[in-house]
Ligand binder design. Structure first.
Ligand SMILES: [Zn+2]
Length: 452
């Protein structure tokens, strides 16, 4: 299939924001953007899509999420808690009760929300696996993503059983063994892990938290295991100050020193949050090429702090943006994550001229793509993977803008008219084909009742 996007008004990506009052055209051939120019003409049998009065941007790449949490938003017991209390009140009491129906509803809702904010890749840190749970529930994520047409990177999470774990008051949350975890990753890799430039699905090795959800020796073994399969590695790190204090008390070193000691740094590793890092730790991250998924809404919602993203970026750390689970966000909206990154990094550094919209867009697109192993994604250029959004500017927030090319991220409220993923439109005229919104609403309401 070939598509011709006609008369686009503005094109905005990490390389710059450009207006074309006379319109510019873009051709999609197969899975790639084949041509961009003002003198192109549509060909016979091409599908023409109107780009007038619209802003074209690369698809956003969300590098950290927990999709199942989309049906755990806004619980009264958690709305005013910080991380540890939030975990104790929201996720810990409910994870073993999430069944297939709840999971499907949450995953579909989260992915649809992401798509309607211009996202084409979601890395989901999925961790509800236990000794007696069915690991194939995780495969549902690929089924749902496949039906919607969005790319999914499954970061296979979980807590692992260790020698120090003696008793489990809730037998439904007894962790898996290391052996079971590795066998399931091998199974998932065989079924879903694609290595082509346009992979629709990938697998990542991602235990919940390196400092306490497994033993250090297991951590090192898992790094070797992941690298033997050429899989990337992901986890949470240094989200709150308690996290750092725990690592100092238990392992007598800072979190980045700890993970470096056990081979969990490198350009095939990225961590969510990294809110509390010392200068010395930023140097470790930069020197090793380890990436970060900055989650500004979640870090704000849980009062965790503001990550030193500008300092890390200046030092050469690969920066990307994540939504994090909706139980600590109440949304899955990449446009608002980019806007919040832009505003909060300016506020934290009192520096406006260096935190440009283009720089932030780079974090949310091309940088995220590279962290996930996509080398040819995230810029609007010939030869790039055809993942992009046409934003229409019909929301009131966009009225009065002198430069519409800045509207989507600066206003944080533009509607997705068309979303292309891998050369195919997966949103057309603002709606997702095949998504039954009434059914989704009813399924989510049922999950909320049953997980109350
Ligand atoms: Zn998370």
């Amino acid at each position: 299939m070939s598509y011709f996007i006609n008369n686009i008004h503005s094109v905005t990506d990490a390389s710059g924001a450009h207006s074309y009052p006379q319109g510019i055209h873009l051709r999609v051939s197969g899975h790639i953007i084949s041509e961009i120019g003002s003198d192109l003409q549509p060909r016979e049998n091409e599908t023409i899509i109107d780009g007038s009065d619209k802003v074209l941007m690369p698809g956003f790449v969300n590098t950290h999420h927990h999709l199942f949490q989309s049906v755990l938003k806004g619980l009264d017991v958690s709305i005013n808690h910080r991380l540890f209390d939030w975990l104790n009140h929201v996720t810990f009491p409910r994870v073993s009760r999430v069944n297939e129906q709840h999971l499907r509803a949450g995953v579909r809702l989260g992915l649809a929300e992401l798509m309607l904010s211009g996202t084409t890749v979601c890395a989901d840190h999925h961790y509800i696996y236990y000794q007696d749970s069915n690991p194939e529930l995780g495969d549902i994520l690929f089924e749902e993503a496949g039906q919607l047409g969005i790319r999914l990177v499954l970061c296979r999470g979980g807590q692992l059983r260790t020698d120090r774990d003696m008793e489990y008051p809730n037998k439904n949350t007894v962790p898996e063994t290391m052996d079971f975890y590795m066998r399931d990753i091998e199974r998932l890799t065989g079924l879903y892990h694609q290595t082509t430039y346009d992979a629709m699905s990938k697998i990542v090795v991602a235990p919940n938290t390196p400092t306490f959800s497994l033993d250090p020796g297991m951590l090192r073994e898992l790094a070797g295991f992941a690298r033997s399969l050429q899989l990337r590695m992901h986890s949470h790190l240094s989200e709150t100050e308690n996290y750092v204090e725990y690592c100092l008390a238990t392992h007598q070193c800072l979190p980045l020193e700890f993970v470096a000691k056990y081979d969990w740094v490198g350009n095939d590793v990225w961590y969510a949050h990294m809110v509390h890092l010392t200068d010395q730790e930023i140097k470790i991250v930069a020197d090793t090429g380890t990436g970060v998924s900055h989650c500004p809404s979640s870090n704000g919602r849980l009062a965790s702090g503001i990550a030193r993203i500008k300092d890390m970026d200046d030092a050469g750390v690969p920066i990307s943006i994540g939504v994090d689970g909706a139980a600590s966000n109440e949304a899955a909206h990449m446009l608002s994550e980019l806007r919040l990154s832009w505003l909060m990094q300016r506020a934290a550094t009192r520096n406006a001229k260096d935190i440009t919209l283009e720089r932030v867009i780079g974090w949310g697109t091309v940088n995220g793509a590279r962290i996930l192993g996509y080398q040819n994604m995230g810029l609007i250029q010939p030869g790039g993977v055809a993942d992009f959004t046409l934003f229409s500017l019909d929301k009131l927030a966009n009225y009065g803008m002198h430069e519409p090319k800045y509207s989507p991220v600066a206003c944080g409220d533009a509607s997705v008219d068309t979303l292309f993923c891998n050369g195919k439109p997966i949103i057309q005229q603002g709606s997702i084909p095949g998504l039954d919104r009434d059914k989704l609403k009813a399924d989510c309401a049922q999950a909320v009742r049953e997980l109350a």
